[in-house]
Design a protein around this ligand. Structure first.
Ligand SMILES: NC(=O)c1ccc[n+]([C@@H]2O[C@H](COP(=O)([O-])OP(=O)(O)OC[C@H]3O[C@@H](n4cnc5c(N)ncnc54)[C@H](OP(=O)(O)O)[C@@H]3O)[C@@H](O)[C@H]2O)c1
Length: 336
């Protein structure tokens, strides 16, 4: 059985593509691990249609995602069932963990995927009340039909490609197309009713001409991520920007989730959050995923950008109060 979303008219932010995007000095994001270059999707083709699949349920205990969530996310179910989180980039390193954690929390999500088959491979078969998938490529405006956002309350965007030329740039899936045009297209298509849009960007976006960012920015990833950030800022939508340092623990895109479980048993659980683009360091993908989910519910993170690193030690896990304190501390440091 397939559920087709209705095409009820939805209000769209007034932001237009022609809105000037200020600045954009030269910079790029941190180079992605070389292993990413072999994890490309075979579905670089464009699609202009989408479907919502309604696969038969598996028992929760048989889902590798549940196992991942229990092992790696250390989360307790939260009472957030009124949410419908639209996840873009859910097949990626951070995105997979976002989806797993939402499943664990019993928060419904809808994933925009270029390759629908990946969802079953990664997350097993899930009831449509837990997980829905729609097909689309953010580079294609026509893929982002307003009807696919019906009922969406929150958005988490973790899309990206490699900072340097790789197989993942095949089919013109380059930083300018993904981190700038794709983010712009997504934001432009979102209904004004969404309560929060969390965008994963990168540390260093405001200082592309400074080392080490100047080296990383040879192909413009940071420049394009900044353009995406700015477009979101100017969209009028309630947003939070999460800027990770170099990502660790993964990527997982070449692994099944059982392998992933072993790969994620890292020690970098202590979280450092900053503001003002001053942090230089690394961060576990698990931590980034958790930060995205926590930010959805922390009111004072709206309209702000935060850098995030993780270091060895015990972390906040999924404790909302500890995350609130971490975000708050970042703000108090910045104001001094
Ligand atoms: N790696 C680092 O050190 C680092 C540092 C700072 C910030 N970041 C940023 O952190 C975020 C998460 O990184 P990650 O390594 O976890 O991501 P990742 O594994 O590279 O995943 C990228 C995701 O974006 C999706 N995507 C790419 N192009 C798309 C398109 N045209 N339309 C729709 N979806 C598309 C991919 O889908 P497919 O499965 O279809 O390819 C995949 O789900 C990214 O924004 C990245 O730039 C990374």
């Amino acid at each position: 059985m397939a559920t087709i979303l209705s095409s009820a008219p939805l209000s769209v932010p007034s932001t237009t593509y022609s809105k000037p995007s200020p600045r954009i000095p030269l910079f790029t994001s941190l180079p992605l691990p070389s292993s990413l270059s072999s994890s490309s999707s075979s579905s670089y083709g464009v699609t202009s249609s989408f479907v919502v699949r309604n696969d038969a349920s598996l028992s929760p205990s048989s889902s590798p995602v549940q196992a991942l969530a229990e092992e790696a996310v250390d989360s307790s179910p939260l009472a957030s069932s009124s949410k419908l989180v639209f996840v873009v980039g859910g097949t990626g390193g951070v995105g997979q963990l976002v989806v797993a954690s939402l499943l664990k929390r019993n928060i419904k999500s809808r994933l925009l995927l270029r390759d629908l088959e990946k969802a079953t491979k990664l997350f097993g078969k899930q009831d449509e009340n837990s997980l829905q998938v729609v097909k689309g490529d953010t580079r294609n405006v026509e893929d982002l039909d307003p009807s696919m956002f019906e009922g969406v309350t929150h958005v988490i965007c973790t899309t990206g490609t490699t900072a340097f030329p790789s197989q993942r740039w095949s089919g013109d899936n380059t930083p300018d197309k993904v981190d700038w045009e794709g983010v712009r297209n997504l934001i432009s298509a979102l209904p004004s009713s969404v309560k929060r849009v969390v965008l994963v960007s990168s540390v260093g976006v405001t200082k592309p001409d400074e080392l080490p960012w100047s080296i990383m920015n040879l192909f413009g990833v940071l420049k394009y991520k900044k353009k995406g950030e700015d477009f979101l800022r100017e969209s009028g939508l309630p947003y939070t920007i999460i800027r990770p340092g170099r990502l660790t623990d993964g990527p997982y895109t070449s692994y099944d989730l059982n392998t992933l479980l072993k790969a994620t048993a890292g020690e970098r659980r202590a979280v450092v959050i900053g503001q003002g683009d001053k942090l230089v360091g690394e961060v576990s993908r698990l931590v980034v995923a958790e930060a995205c989910i926590q930010a959805l519910d922390i009111e004072f993170t709206q309209g702000k950008a935060y850098e995030i690193n993780s270091v060895k030690g015990d972390g906040p896990g999924s404790d909302p109060q500890k995350w609130r304190e971490l975000f708050k501390v970042a703000e108090s440091k910045e104001s001094k």
